[in-house]
Design a protein around this ligand. Structure first.
Ligand SMILES: [Fe+2]
Length: 269
């Protein structure tokens, strides 16, 4: 699937189901280096020593997103939540046909099947979180949106990237893509994810999904970027203040280059 190709091409990570196959690669060394210095965070090998699926390394140090997302949040979000999904998934697929599948294949095969919902949820959350870590980057935000295919698509479909001007009632007067993504993430009820995707008509779409759901279950959709809006993503830093978290992410650490890189190489704009 395109997503897999995109991700692999950019050394994002490797979702292969075969034994301990983490091929993310140039990130692995960084991750080991980071975690070796922090006994509170399990190392890659100690999380799931004989695992089918392995917790991918973070693409940056766990304190790299401060002050917008603290090292404490990352330590729980990555070291407990994300790691927990990986561990759960390995336990659930052990001895089943899913033990040898890719994450993407498992997600598609188990989607909307009640008896397989535990496998689906943990596989999807494993995938979503890895995608989320790569959707963030220190010192990025607006600063990393450079002229290219993504900016051309944004300008063609949304008119402009960002205009944060508000009227006297506090509503955006001329919202761009950034404000619309913010509004979608802010307005999502409960736990879930806010995505920028490319649909099968090669148009950008902003969408939200509930719980573990992702665009991977929608044929022809290519995930470009995601923001985790589960409370565990921001509660330690912002308590219930999702707006503060979203402003911090979108202004300072969202990785637009990752979204640009996930566009199909063959896409004509
Ligand atoms: Fe999360």
């Amino acid at each position: 699937m395109k997503t897999t190709q995109s991700i692999s091409r950019r050394k994002f990570l490797m979702f292969s189901g075969a034994a301990t196959a983490l091929i993310a690669t140039d990130l692995i060394g960084l991750g080991r280096q980071v975690f070796a210095a922090d006994a509170a965070i399990p190392t890659l090998t100690s999380v799931t020593p004989a695992a089918t699926f392995t917790l991918p390394a973070l693409p940056y140090a766990q304190d790299a997103l401060t002050p917008y997302i603290s090292a404490n949040t990352i330590s729980f979000h990555y070291g407990k939540h994300h790691a927990g999904y990986v561990t759960n998934l390995n336990n659930l697929v052990k001895g089943t046909k899913y033990a040898k599948g890719t994450l993407e294949k498992i997600i598609k095969l188990t989607y909307n099947q009640f008896l397989l919902s535990s496998i689906y949820n943990n596989a999807a959350q494993t995938w979503n979180h890895t995608f989320y870590w790569n959707s963030l980057k220190p010192n990025s935000g607006d600063k990393s949106l450079v002229p290219g295919k993504l900016s051309a698509l944004i300008n063609a479909q949304f008119g402009h990237f960002s205009d944060a001007t508000k009227d006297d009632k506090g509503a955006w007067t001329n919202p761009g893509l950034k404000q619309k993504l913010f509004d979608a993430a802010k307005g999502h009820f409960g736990s879930g994810w806010a995505w920028l995707v490319l649909n099968k008509q090669n148009q950008l779409e902003i969408m939200t999904t509930k719980n573990a759901d992702s665009p991977l279950t929608k044929a022809g959709y290519v995930p470009l970027l995601v923001i985790d809006v589960w409370e565990h993503a921001y509660y330690l830093d912002y308590q219930n203040g999702r707006v503060g978290y979203l402003n911090a992410v979108l202004d300072n650490i969202i990785n637009w280059q990752f979204a640009e890189d996930n566009l199909p190489a063959t896409l004509k704009v």
